[in-house]
Design a protein around this ligand. Structure first.
Ligand code: NAD
Length: 493
């Protein structure tokens, strides 16, 4: 059995206490690897290594160009090891290998993108109103960055957090989810091979309330970038406030996918299916509230069910599989509980509604693709994040009503709009209180496009050029160029 070590100060290391956690393959249901169960003492070692790298180590002397080259070297290695990394991540979290492989291509490009940005981070010269002074700003790395990631896409989260942070000159400590840490530890080996100075990139593993909490509390961490649930995110935010750490949070969602009667239904039906059943619905962006204009309700529901009935559940490594297992036992239980909640609240189950069993469905964590009709927007199944293959259908009459229903929720991550009316598409994109609007598409991600939530879906933006600002502080410098001594010392200059 594979036994992983953490990556601290450029070397692989066990937890000081020597404790280990099991890593389970959600499809086979067996323990396939062990990872260290870190405690505060291990976290402290990693943060100190990062702090030293930034303040006195080689990284602190790297030019922006050298940082860019380092990130490009990582990108090349990710490309070279793409298939192996994809298999490890799929084994760890049960996401389709087809999808993980594709994502790894984007992950390599993401490292390259921020490698290219590293030497384009510039301050300004300011034409200050004082004739005897020169003013300029410089952009400085914020400090040690703690990156806490969720289990559904560990290497993607590591890339969109660490690449801009390292481009900015920060050193990072990553704490992947205890349910899927293997791919991040494999990736650490590539960082070592790329020849980055020790301490720039560190990985500590372990349980959220132990190593995760210790990282959030550590006095030498300046910035926290977190992807996970809104409940944990709020706790992280509260703790970080005590020491005034900078925080960005990528949290959950309950996103509306809105289909108008004028939509191209041949596009919209598979789009809705992909938005809720892709990755078994274990996406922060899951389009779990389907808003359908009432005049096409029957026809659209029919098309949707025809597609959803043919979904092939199975081994995530098999290229024929559409939907794999739920990644963790607690998540599986949560989905099962919501199936009961929905029925108890009066939603009508028109597809699935149970655990899926049968040949090839090993591991005991499959859920039937499930659709509830007659859902009211105030039901729990319409308001709370399930993080599973469970869709709620809500009808609407007018565009205004669609906007009202879509926005009547605490979350605001993404929304899908299906229409052939360009004016309506633009009006909807303005009216929806979400960070991303997808028009006639869904699950369209890019490391070049800012991504993040409004309301309870989070704080700050990842991806794109502006993401680098999350890891920078602006410093202002004013220099006197006056020849004469200052006048009255008691008056502001
Ligand atoms: P989670 O909140 O349980 O855990 C996220 C990370 O935080 C893990 O590394 C975990 O170990 C750590 N953690 C847990 N408790 C902690 C604590 N007290 N202090 C510090 N760290 C702690 O989330 P999860 O179950 O891994 O992931 C599922 C959630 O993530 C869903 O709600 C989903 O919507 C969200 N998510 C959001 C995005 C996004 O970009 N908006 C993307 C994917 C997933």
């Amino acid at each position: 059995m594979k036994q992983y070590q953490m990556f601290i100060a450029g070397d692989f290391a066990d937890a000081a206490a020597g404790e280990l956690l099991d890593t389970v393959d959600p499809y086979r249901g067996d323990v396939w690897a062990k990872i260290p169960r870190a405690q505060a003492v291990d976290v402290d070692r990693a943060v100190r290594a990062a702090y030293d790298a930034m303040t006195k180590g080689a990284w602190s002397r790297y030019t922006a160009t050298q940082r860019g080259k380092a990130l490009n070297a990582i990108a090349d290695l990710v490309d070279r090891h793409r298939d192996r990394l994809a298999e490890i991540e799929t084994r760890d979290n049960g996401k389709l290998l087809r999808e993980t492989r594709g994502q790894l291509g984007a992950i390599a490009e993401c490292w390259r993108y921020y490698g290219g940005l590293a030497d384009k981070i510039e301050g300004h010269s300011i034409p200050i109103e004082k004739p005897d002074a020169l003013a300029f700003t410089s952009r400085e790395p914020v400090g040690v960055v703690a990156a806490l990631t969720a289990w559904n896409s560990p290497l993607w989260f590591a890339a969109i957090k660490c690449a801009p942070a390292m481009a900015a000159g920060c050193a990072v400590v990553v704490k992947p989810s205890e349910f899927a840490s293997a791919s991040t530890l494999e990736f650490a080996q590539l960082v070592k091979e790329a020849g980055l100075p020790p301490g720039v990139f560190n990985v500590v593993t372990g349980i959220g309330q132990e190593s995760g909490a210790a990282l959030v509390e550590h006095p030498n961490v300046a910035k926290i970038t977190f992807t996970g649930s809104d409940v944990t995110g709020a706790r992280v935010y509260e703790t970080a406030a005590r020491s005034m750490k900078r925080v960005s949070l990528e949290l959950g969602g309950k996103s509306p996918n809105i289909v108008f009667a004028d939509a191209d239904l041949d596009l919209a039906a598979p789009g809705v299916v992909s938005g809720i059943f892709g990755a078994s619905g274990q996406m922060c962006t899951a389009g779990s509230r389907l808003l359908v204009q009432r005049s096409i309700m029957e026809e659209f529901t029919g098309r949707l069910l025809d597609l959803a009935r043919n979904i092939r559940l199975g081994d995530p490594m098999d290229p024929e599989t559409d939907v794999g297992p739920i990644a963790t036992p607690p998540q599986f239980q949560k989905v099962m509980d919501y199936l009961d909640v929905a029925q108890a609240d009066g939603a009508r189950c028109i597809l699935g509604g149970k655990a899926a069993e049968g040949p090839g469905l090993t591991g005991g964590q499959f859920v039937q693709p499930t659709v509830f009709a007659d859902v009211k927007n105030n039901m729990r199944i319409a308001q709370e994040e399930v993080f599973g293959p469970v869709l709620s259908i809500i009808g609407f009459g007018t565009e205004e009503e669609a906007v009202e229903i879509a926005n009547e929720i605490d979350y605001g991550l993404v929304a899908g709009v299906w229409t052939t009316n360009i004016g309506r598409a633009v009006r909807m994109s303005k009216a929806l209180h979400v960070g991303t609007v997808w028009i006639n598409t869904y699950r369209a991600y890019s490391y070049m496009v800012p991504f993040g939530g409004m309301k309870r879906s989070g704080l700050g933006r990842e991806s794109g050029i502006e993401a680098v600002n999350e890891y920078l502080e602006t410093k202002s410098v004013i220099i006197s160029i006056a020849e004469a001594a200052p006048g009255n010392p008691f008056i502001m200059r």
